[in-house]
Design a protein around this ligand. Structure first.
Ligand code: ATP
Ligand code: MG
Ligand code: MG
Length: 355
């Protein structure tokens, strides 16, 4: 039968492997870190560096398709594997989303609305861009940023030299500072045949730059919700995407209505899609496994309202209370040690569907 290779052994890889198993699909996890959460749930795994050619060759020979649970898969690793076995999502999605500048260039080229942005390689670039943006903006490294790491907010009379130094003078983009009403995301899945399934819009709240809750339905107008889903579908289409993708958006007031600006995309299952496990006919994890295996997608229909809460650091220690809560579905990742800011699990609190 089919064995799906997964690069990365964190909680996303673990939940992908669990979903695969429920469909009778085997998984083989490839990850450099010995105590990876995904290793607990699959018999087949490889502990090796992403540039270990021998290990990559053996991995490629053992699987029928390769996918990944993080977007920073080294380019040479993806290319080496892609020469031997299908890699899904494909190289375009990976390259585009590894670099904020290429992602923004690609999205705006596809007609997607974004916050205005500028390429920043020097102090002079930053000065010029800030003048254009009225002295305010968000400076973000082009690569490797997550949970707000690698970004600095700039306001009037701020220290420009200090801001670039704070991100190690790395190649960056400056974005216009957006005054948003709320943040939402859309999880979209696209199959090998081009079949597309789009999940309901999620409203996201962050604490200390880390996702804390995802609420569905989101409190946005029906037309904004429909537009958000259309945008996500259009992005998946323009990337000729195969798999599940997360699209983060800002909802911005626009006269009497609302406008949407895309913040960033993630070429993988997404934390703001964890609610689909317990509120939809097909979870994002099963959906991703179906898509990369070349199987038909399942329905993304939602049967319940839900609030997903991330359990961060020592919050997962209250798991016994959560187990007693009616309507709560607890998911723990089996991580050995908790650290401040570390995602240890999540809980989906389910209610009957309202709208
Ligand atoms: P993630 O963990 O989601 O990958 P990240 O480090 O890639 O995070 P972003 O998603 O780009 O960073 O930004 C983190 C948060 O900072 C956003 O969710 C939003 O709250 C805020 N933010 C980012 N860009 C802007 C902007 N241009 N204007 C206003 N707020 C912003
Ligand atoms: Mg990001
Ligand atoms: Mg983000």
């Amino acid at each position: 039968g089919d064995t799906i290779g997964i690069l990365g052994g964190g909680q996303l890889g673990r939940m992908l492997a669990l979903a695969a198993a429920s469909l009778g699909l085997k998984t083989h996890i490839f990850c450099p870190e010995p105590d990876s959460p995904a290793f607990d749930v699959t018999a087949d795994f490889t502990i090796a560096a992403y540039d270990d050619i021998g290990a990559l060759n053996a991995f490629a020979a053992a699987v029928s398709v390769v996918t990944y649970e993080f977007e920073n898969v080294p380019g040479p690793t993806a290319a080496h594997l892609a020469a031997r076995v299908p890699v899904r999502p494909g190289p375009t999605a990976l390259e585009v989303s590894q670099d904020r500048l290429s992602e923004k260039d690609f999205l705006s080229g596809a007609g997607i609305e974004l916050a205005t942005y500028a390429r920043i390689d020097s102090d002079d670039d930053l000065k010029a861009a800030l003048e254009r943006f009225g002295g305010r903006g968000v400076l973000k490294t082009r690569r490797f940023g997550y949970d707000g790491k690698g970004q600095v907010m700039l306001r009037q009379a701020s220290d420009q030299r200090g801001a670039r130094r704070a991100i190690g003078d790395a190649p960056a983009v400056l974005e216009q500072l957006i005054t948003f009403e709320k943040e939402v995301s859309v999880i979209v899945a696209r199959g090998v045949s081009g079949q597309t399934e789009v999940y309901d819009v999620t409203e996201n709240r962050h604490e200390h730059h880390i996702l804390k809750t995802s609420t569905v339905p989101a409190s946005v107008s029906a037309s904004t919700a429909a537009t958000a889903k259309t945008i996500a579908g259009k992005i998946a289409e323009s990337l000729d995407y195969v798999g599940v993708m997360g699209v983060e958006m800002f909802v911005v007031a626009d006269g009497d209505g609302e406008r949407l600006l895309v913040n960033e995309i993630a070429p993988r299952v997404h934390n703001s899609g964890h609610w689909t496990e317990d509120a939809c006919l097909t979870s994002q994890f099963e959906q991703h496994m179906r898509a990369v295996a070349g199987w038909p997608l399942g329905s993304a229909e939602r049967h319940s309202d839900v609030i997903m809460e991330n359990l961060i650091g020592n919050e997962a220690e209250s798991w016994e209370e959560i187990l007693r809560e009616p309507g709560a579905r607890l998911h723990l990742y089996g991580k050995r040690a908790s650290r401040p800011g570390r995602k240890m699990g999540h809980v989906n609190r389910i209610r009957p569907k309202s709208a």
